[in-house]
Design a protein around this ligand. Structure first.
Ligand code: SF4
Length: 327
């Protein structure tokens, strides 16, 4: 790994999906701007939380970083190498180093295979481990690392709870000795008590292996205890990016303030006195996003300028950047 480059650098990333129409001949009639000019950096061993409502483009960003979706514009650099248009041969070593953790591990794990085989399978593909017994030994070690017993290696996925399945998914990803995990809503399908256990597991694995995480979630409560930096997305764009401490204590963008207001605070005195900012209506479609600031139809502070001029993401300090005309 290069000592100078960030682990991951995303610059002005655009992912647009063409939309076709017409009765006799299919013609392009527009594009869904799922991601539209997203930039961020992630250092090795750190976590960037990517937060926003459903449809804001956060999962699309994760899939584009993994090159599982075609990129419309911008750049993705991994450990200093521009992989935006890399062919499959060039991508091969990077694919091993970047692994995905899914919301629903059950869908990603083959129910006909034992847990040991599920974990060993990517090792075979990427030629990790000299023999079947090496790989089996490694699978057992990985099960222990994620908090499961070695004797569970011969069982099948349906014999495990949701939290245990997520642990198996993490063990399978770790089998590749990755540098970056893209975690797409990895705890949102789990009970709250289990969520905390899995978040703690992510933190301890990061400490142990120096993993970088792009941690995607739809609410700010989940990413709070795992993120060094948080980017808030709205309709394909980052509206605020800040250190975790700044974002929770001093949110500047009206949308961030509204998302934070929706997070319950366990102190009743704080809960009773803090401002609750309403956000009106639903997220508009990304095919015809609102003019100017995309948040203006829902923003309680919108002024005339917001309807016509798109705010740029502006640095308030080294720790915080915001896209809003009033900040
Ligand atoms: Fe609200 Fe205007 Fe700021 Fe957008 S630019 S967040 S509409 S105040």
């Amino acid at each position: 790994m290069s000592s100078k480059s960030p682990l991951l650098e995303v610059e002005d990333l655009k992912v647009h999906f063409p939309v076709y129409g017409g009765i006799l001949a299919r013609k392009p009639i527009g594009a869904v701007q799922a991601v539209d000019g997203v930039s961020f950096q992630l250092e090795a061993g750190k976590t960037l939380g990517l937060v926003g409502e459903s449809g804001c483009g956060k999962s699309t960003t994760g899939l584009a970083v993994l090159r599982m979706l075609a990129v419309t514009g911008g750049h993705i650099r991994f450990d200093g190498t521009d992989i935006t248009t890399a062919d499959s041969g060039t991508m091969r070593p990077f694919r091993r180093r970047m692994q995905m953790i899914y919301q629903d591990p059950f869908g990603a794990l083959d129910p006909r295979m034992t847990v040991a085989d599920i974990i060993a399978e990517p090792m075979i593909v990427h030629k990790i481990g000299a023999s079947a017994s090496d790989r089996r030994g490694r699978a057992t070690e990985l099960l222990e690392m994620v908090g499961l017993r070695p004797d569970m290696a011969g069982r099948y996925v349906h014999e495990f709870s949701g939290g245990q399945r997520q642990r198996i998914g993490i063990a399978r990803a770790l089998a590749m000795q990755p540098d970056l995990l893209i975690c797409d809503e990895p705890v949102s399908a789990l009970d709250v008590s289990i969520q905390a256990q899995i978040v703690n597991l992510f933190r301890s694995l990061q400490d142990r292996f120096g993993l970088g995480y792009l941690f995607i979630a739809h609410d700010l409560a989940v990413v709070r205890h795992v993120s060094d930096q948080i980017a808030v997305m709205y309709l394909g764009r980052i509206v605020e990016i800040a250190s975790s401490a700044n974002l929770y204590t001093n949110p500047q963008h009206p949308y961030t303030q509204a998302l934070l207001a929706a997070v319950a605070i366990p102190d009743p005195d704080v809960e009773a006195t803090r401002p609750h900012i309403p956000v009106m209506g639903e997220v508009p479609g990304a095919m015809n996003p609102p003019s100017g600031c995309r948040f203006h139809p829902r923003c309680p502070r919108a002024v005339a300028q917001c309807k016509t001029e798109s705010p740029v993401l502006r640095a308030l300090s080294g720790q915080q950047s915001v896209a809003c005309h009033l900040v």
